[in-house]
Design a protein around this ligand. Structure first.
Ligand code: 5GP
Ligand code: ZN
Length: 113
């Protein structure tokens, strides 16, 4: 997707503070962190949201989810963390490229607003 900000980050066309990357996924620090640690995990493949994910994306999304514990450990989140994916209008999704917020290093409130 040529006009997608996260595709541009994945292609290296927009700079980001990268915490982890491999051939299928990328993790970078959020521009407006909501916690002392706030990174975004994305598939390199443009998928608009979880609503747009398909059966063929199962291995990719499984890979991403299984990397969370490794990235969390690297970022020092030994006391726990939260993983969130905002989807669609009611989910307040602002960037239409599937991403998971990984937040930690503070006690996070529940329920969210
Ligand atoms: P959403 O609201 O869609 O769940 O989350 C989008 C997130 O992307 C927000 O937390 C926002 O701060 C972050 N974001 C938006 N544009 C950029 C950018 O260009 N670089 C980085 N690193 N984060 C961004
Ligand atoms: Zn994209």
């Amino acid at each position: 997707m040529s006009d997608c900000i996260f595709c541009k980050i994945a292609d290296g066309n927009i700079p980001a503070n990268i915490a982890y990357e491999d051939d299928r996924i990328l993790c970078f620090h959020d521009l407006e962190p909501q916690a002392p640690v706030h990174v975004l995990l994305i598939p390199r493949k443009h998928i608009e949201s979880l609503d747009a994910a398909e059966e063929g994306d199962a291995a990719l999304l499984g890979h991403l989810l299984l990397k969370v514990k490794e990235i969390a450990a690297r970022l020092g989140l030994e006391n726990g963390y939260r993983l969130v994916s905002n989807c669609g209008a009611d989910g307040m999704q602002t960037v239409k490229h599937l991403h998971f917020h990984l937040l930690g290093k503070r006690r996070l409130l529940w329920p969210p607003g």
